[in-house]
Design a protein around this ligand. Structure first.
Ligand SMILES: [Zn+2]
Length: 472
């Protein structure tokens, strides 16, 4: 008998830590779901892949990306797909703009979004009260977001309003993430410790731990150790770090100086004056890496051509600096607690439209160094991110799981192909996916359908799960 199916991946090294699988097998999927390994019937499938010599893992999930008109832009989906990502959390919004990009520039990915709490944009002031925050959360959920993002380090609120946001989200079981920093503390290790206090035991996603350990207050390695011990004291907090050496800031200048404080600090660090002339020289010399849009992606650019592009854009472009010191970055990505779990839960990128989508490339460098195992790599880039998002049918390849699959050339540390819901997204390194599957709560379903991007439903109260309950 011959069975017809959506897809089969043959001769793959299938690695599925949740189900204890690590062997060469054929992987069968149909109707968007995994069916089984090594089917006994002969298969004729719409999508047949010979994955001899390649690694097949549950789709890579990046829980920190930017793909909105405010940050990341229209190339983000394609850049994520190129990097082998199948599911991502857009970490800022605004939700309406994020949805526009998802509907018009999608690459076949599952995407969720949290909507920013931004003074004069989504809230009136830097000190919104609980009822204003509750209204914003409700409107955000209606629009398709799964929760809220506190922009802290960039656009800080008062400590009270920050704590209230986290509490309001916890009350309804919505997602909430907080780039550390309030009106009383900055985006550094002290701000991170304040953030853990302000969570007051409520569930919280604390993003990019590595960016609080750049040596702003103490020695960078000391800050790294302090960050780790702080996380161990707060089991309610889920965290990620990224492996790229570069940060992201704005190159926009007015009145002869960059508007972004981060940009100024980075210029001084490179020995440049913290003004427009200093930034121009830094771009020309190669210290400031301009984020320039080409036809299909955002690329880092330096030198005279980059200076011209920056001038043509009226200085309104993104810019990156290699300011993430390597030692705490590597320590945070690999540190374990006594139970051998990872202290920083996930590998993410803060990428998307910012060109640093390096989960596979740099994550597999850690494997090559024997700093983590290949199973660990899958745990940090798919298994745990799926749990954090409350997506029980992702992060593994057992029968009935979503057919979200990433196929990797481990030798070259590059993705070769990927599937989302059994449909091809990446094929021989080329993006072939279109559209978006918006991950939303039941409350956001209507908005997703209205924009033609309906995707997986995640229930309130299942995201950022309680570790104590999970452990029993
Ligand atoms: Zn970010």
């Amino acid at each position: 008998m011959t069975r017809k199916a959506q897809g089969v991946i043959r001769n793959a090294t299938v690695l599925d830590p949740v189900n204890g699988v690590n062997r060469i097998a054929d992987l069968l999927f149909d109707n968007g779901r995994i069916v089984e390994l090594d089917p006994s019937e002969a298969i004729v499938a719409t999508h047949e892949v010979d994955a001899t010599g390649l690694l097949v893992v549950p789709g890579i999930i990046d829980i920190h990306v930017h793909a909105s008109p405010w940050l990341g832009g229209r190339h983000a989906h394609k850049m994520l797909a190129t990097a082998g990502v199948t599911t991502a959390l857009e970490m800022a919004g605004p939700i309406d703009g994020m949805i526009d990009i998802a509907a018009n520039y999608g690459a076949g990915l599952n995407m969720a979004c949290i909507n920013y709490v931004r003074p004069e944009h989504t809230v009136d002031s830097t000190d919104p009260d609980a009822s204003e925050l509750s209204d914003l959360l409700n409107a955000s959920l209606d629009s398709g977001a799964i929760g809220l993002k506190l922009l802290g380090g960039h656009y800080p609120l008062t400590p009270d309003a920050t704590a209230a946001t986290i509490r309001v989200a916890a009350e309804v079981g919505a997602y909430v993430a907080f780039h550390a920093g309030t009106l009383e503390s900055g985006s550094h290790i002290e701000g991170m410790i304040e953030a853990c206090d302000l969570a007051a035991g409520n569930p919280l996603h604390l993003p990019h731990i590595n960016s609080y350990t750049r040596g702003a207050k103490r020695d960078a390695m000391e800050e790294g150790e302090l960050a780790l011990s702080t996380l161990l004291e707060h089991p309610n907090i889920w965290s990620e770090s990224y492996l790229s050496p570069i940060n992201a800031a704005s190159a926009k200048c007015s009145n002869g100086a960059p508007g972004s404080l981060t940009t100024k600090v980075c210029l001084e660090r490179g020995g440049y004056t913290p003004d427009e002339a200093g930034l121009e020289k830094a771009i020309s010399d190669g210290w400031a890496l301009l984020n320039v849009e080409s036809d299909a992606r955002v690329e880092l650019a330096v030198g005279p051509d980059a200076v011209r592009a920056w001038r043509d854009a009226g200085t309104n472009l993104g810019v990156s600096f290699a300011v993430n010191p390597s030692e705490p970055r590597l320590r945070l990505a690999t540190a374990r607690n006594v139970d051998r779990g990872f202290v920083v839960d996930a590998l993410a990128t803060d990428g998307g439209g910012i060109p640093r989508n390096v989960i596979i490339d740099m994550g597999l460098s850690l494997v090559r160094l024997d700093a983590i195992s290949i199973e660990d790599f899958v745990v940090k880039s798919s298994v745990t991110p799926a749990r954090i998002l409350g997506l029980t049918s992702k992060g593994h390849l057992g029968p009935g799981a979503d057919a979200d699959i990433t196929i990797i050339d481990v030798e070259r540390q590059r993705p070769v192909a990927s599937f989302v819901g059994g449909e091809p997204v990446l094929c021989n390194g080329r993006v072939v996916g279109t559209g978006t599957r918006l991950i939303t709560t039941p409350q956001g379903r209507k908005a997703a359908v209205a924009h033609g991007i309906a995707g997986p439903i995640v229930e309130l109260g299942t995201m950022l799960p309680d570790r104590k309950i999970e452990a029993t």
